[in-house]
Design a protein around this ligand. Structure first.
Ligand code: NAI
Length: 794
């Protein structure tokens, strides 16, 4: 074809990348790789290997060690042995190692990019221009945090040994997202790459050697899900960080529930891509190409649900089809290729199966007439229209180049459709009207919102999900916090096992000869006192056995009513920070006025000294959170593109709180206030030791202009109420402060809907020490960061 002919057809010739260097590197290793443990290569203890393939040809690339539980154990030991020395290095020394790794990634960037494309099937254009530069950026950025750590995070300590399990869609980038913040904060690491794509992690191990990283700081143990499971279950690992399927995320939540391992999960998504009628449609279509066809759609934040305003649906679909017809599918090492190979046969089968199911459910399937290469795993770009919002292809992550489309009429309908998913990872909004775009962005339940852009990532901008897309953030300041704990929290002693009495064991009044009941309180739901559904009460006794009063025995129905009331209290989340502060100050004022009577009653349960201390500090604590209400701001990031990213600290939503028993008043307020200050609504179960405090609390809230439903209080047995709270789909997080058993139960019961669970890890915190019991640590957990990316310029 002549140049002139090519110009007319805009047809490109092939531009293959030469894989010679990559093959030479594989050959230097004899096409066989061991495990990287304690800074050296080791053979797998069971002598087992598996093969990794090039999905675009089906050819074997290398044999990879299958790490066993014994290998994981060796790696964890090495990481533990290296931990104290690494953690004790000066921040500057750690910064230099991270800087060296960043430099080495840059120096070897082409080799890394080619190997990545060969192992994963992604177009070289993407691995060369997106994946690997972002990897380098991640190490540079975290070298900076390592340097600043002590100034910016005083009194924080690393978690210790971190186990990290990563997926195959961005193999080296996910490694960087995991390893860079872990090392910057002084942790040591055992990382298990995905079985389909282990190669670049092994080259990275070599770079660690080249950087002179001390042995044991980074250990890479390859293998399949069994290896991952052994790492997750290893008793000497302090934190697990996982990216992958929601199903495995659930299994990991279950497997770590009865341990004190910290956990961050980055799971699947079904992200909406919303296009309004006033959008620049051609730009939106280009954005969509990136949104769903980038990396063959094997992207957790892929814009896989297109929501179009009805008035533009027809013209938009036609533009999308035209653009789809120009997408080039072919060998990943061809630089002119848009869509490469699917990672493996099982993934290809899965995509095919889901599309067939979608069509069976009524969707119309359209694919361009593009010839697929004869060998390898390929799937054409696919458009599914007439998709019903409940169809499997609208609800389940397909993880392939498949776009499901739906229409909406109003911004409100767009938000409803967008949020009609169990996930909440990312979203896109296209509109030339910035007011509409930002108004919609604020209402989307997703960790990232890209306005008039898509799939932009930067180390400075935290990434992570709402709801079943997981919890925790990677990148940014918030990402660092996943790998550290305040010193006072980490070293707090364990609480003794709770001596809460089960209903049947309660002594009867006749047996103790107790005095007459002097106080009966009710539940507090939707701003009103409510009788319990059960019609039963439970007795409250002092330490010496005197009957102090009775509280209602709340049950499932009461919790459900409370959750409903909390959801209706939208005005609290929408109130301005200034208004929330005013209400909290008013609470302090009212408590100060009633301190004598509240103190007298509290003294009967906890003694006069403690009651006086609790009250004094309670008033101060309310003041603190009134002060924080309008000061715990987000940030504006300046990523290296023509964008700003607005990082908003959003409330989590409705939070179920199991209050600590040690300090009935102060403990309640120490947990409920940071949540309220940040605009959450709360369903709280007060201390079993002295739930009578409920009566004083609702009088306080009632007289302080707190909207009904912002705080709801259900008294009863924690063991009975926790389950309903944890399993309730409309509760967004659980804060459980109790003994080991209560904390493990909270985690285990939240497996089903992957609810965020934050606990004291069974530790006894000093509620009387403001340095421990109030401030940023609580506020950080009372919020989640949403990054809204907005481009600027012509
Ligand atoms: P997966 O979740 O099974 O694999 C991710 C990682 O977890 C791999 O390293 C794997 O070896 C490991 N793993 C598997 N079972 C484990 C266990 N019980 N304990 C600890 N680690 C374990 O994902 P898979 O099977 O590769 O893909 C299946 C589906 O998951 C995809 O079709 C896609 O829908 C979704 N997925 C989502 C990803 C995301 O980033 N959100 C990434 C990869 C897959």
């Amino acid at each position: 074809m002549s140049i002139a002919e090519k110009f007319v057809s805009m047809e490109y010739g092939p531009a293959p990348e030469d894989p010679k260097e990559a093959f030479a590197w594989l050959d230097r290793h004899g096409r066989r790789f061991g495990l990287f443990i304690d800074g050296a290569w080791q053979s797998p203890s069971a002598g087992e290997y598996f093969d990794t393939f090039d999905p675009s040809t089906g050819e074997k690339l290398a044999s990879i060690a299958q790490g066993s539980a014994a290998d994981i154990d060796a790696a964890v030991r090495a990481a533990r042995a290296a931990s104290s020395k690494w953690g004790a290095l000066t921040p500057h020394a750690r910064a230099r190692y991270l800087y060296a790794l960043a430099r080495l990634v840059q120096k070897h960037s082409r080799l890394l990019a080619v190997l990545e494309s060969m192992d994963n099937g992604k177009p070289i254009r993407e691995s060369r221009d997106i994946d690997i530069p972002l990897v380098a950026r991640h190490f540079y950025y975290h070298a900076g945090w390592a340097q600043l750590l002590e100034q910016e995070f005083p009194e924080h300590e690393p978690c210790g040994v971190v186990g990290q399990v990563i997926p195959w869609n961005f193999p080296l980038l996910m490694l960087a997202w995991k390893i860079a913040p872990a090392l910057a904060t002084g942790n040591t690491v055992v990382l298990k790459p995905a079985e389909f794509t282990p190669i670049t992690a092994l080259l990275f191990a070599e770079l660690c050697q080249e950087a002179g990283l001390p042995g044991g700081v980074v250990n890479i143990v390859t293998g399949d899900g069994r290896t991952g499971e052994a790492l997750v279950k290893h008793p000497n690992v302090d934190k697990i960080a996982f990216t992958g399927s929601t199903e495995v995320g659930r299994a990991i939540r279950g497997a770590t529930a009865s341990s004190h391992k910290r956990l961050s999960l980055e799971l699947g998504g079904k992200s909406p891509f919303i296009i309004f009628e006033d959008a620049d449609l051609d730009s939106a279509v280009e954005g969509l190409v990136d949104g769903i066809w980038f990396n063959q759609g094997q992207v957790c934040c892929a814009g896989s649900r297109l929501l179009m305003q009805e008035s533009i649906a027809e013209v938009l679909i036609s533009k999308i089809r035209d653009r789809m017809s120009t997408l080039r599918i072919g060998p990943p090492l061809d630089k002119a290729i848009d869509i490469g190979a699917i990672v493996a046969r099982v993934q290809l089968d899965r995509i095919q199966r889901l599309v067939e199911q979608g069509v069976a459910e009524g969707a119309t399937c359209w694919q361009p007439q593009t010839a697929l290469p004869a060998r390898g795993f390929y799937y054409p770009p696919t458009l599914l229209s007439n998709v019903h919002p409940t169809s499997i292809v609208a609800q389940q992550e397909i993880f392939g180049p498949v776009l499901a489309t739906m229409t909406f009429r109003t911004p409100r309908e767009a938000v409803e459709l967008a949020n009609n998913t169990v996930y909440g990872l990312a979203s896109c909004v296209w509109s030339e009207n910035i007011n509409v775009a930002l108004h919609v962005a604020a209402q989307l339940k997703a960790g990232v919102v890209w306005v008039n852009c898509t799939n932009l990532f930067d180390a400075a901008c935290g990434f992570g999900g709402y709801r079943e897309s997981g919890y925790g953030r990677e990148g940014g300041r918030e990402g660092l916090l996943e790998y550290m704990e305040p010193r006072w929290f980490k070293h707090a002693p364990s609480l003794p096992a709770s001596n809460a009495v089960a209903p049947a064991q309660l002594e009867s009044e006749e047996e103790t000869g107790a005095p007459a009941i002097d106080r009966t309180v009710k539940l507090y739901i939707g701003g009103k006192q409510a009788r319990p559904d059960s019609g039963y009460s439970m007795e409250v006794r002092s330490a010496d056995g005197r009957l102090l009063g009775e509280v209602p025995l709340g049950n499932r129905k009461d919790i459900r009513n409370a959750v409903e009331a909390a959801h209706k209290a939208e005005s609290w989340a929408k109130a301005s920070a200034h208004n929330r502060a005013q209400v909290l100050y008013y609470c302090a004022e009212n408590l100060a006025q009633r301190r004598q009577e509240v103190g007298q009653r509290l003294a009967a349960a906890v003694g006069e000294n403690q009651a006086a201390m609790e009250l004094n500090l309670a008033i101060q604590r309310i003041f603190s959170y009134a002060a924080w209400a309008d000061k715990f701001d987000g940030a504006v990031h300046n990523p290296p593109f023509r964008n700003i990213a607005i990082a908003m600290n959003e409330p989590i939503g409705t939070v179920g709180v199991i209050c600590p028993s040690e300090a009935p008043l102060l403990g309640f307020l120490s947990l409920v206030l940071p949540l309220l200050a940040m605009g959450n609504t709360v369903v709280a179960v007060p201390s079993e030791k002295y739930p009578l405090i409920t009566g004083d609390l609702y009088q306080l809230f009632d007289t302080s202009d707190l909207p009904g439903g912002a705080v709801n209080i259900v008294t009863g047995y924690v063991s009975q109420l926790l389950k309903t709270l944890a399993q309730h789909d409309d509760i967004d997080a659980i804060w459980c402060y109790g003994d080991d058993a209560a904390v493990a139960a909270a985690k285990a019961m939240s497996v089903g809907n992957l609810k965020q669970v934050w606990t004291n890890e069974g530790r006894a915190l000093d509620w009387f020490d403001p340095k421990v019991a109030e401030g940023r640590w609580f506020l950080e957990h009372a919020t989640q960061v949403k990054n809204i990316w907005v481009p600027y310029g012509e």
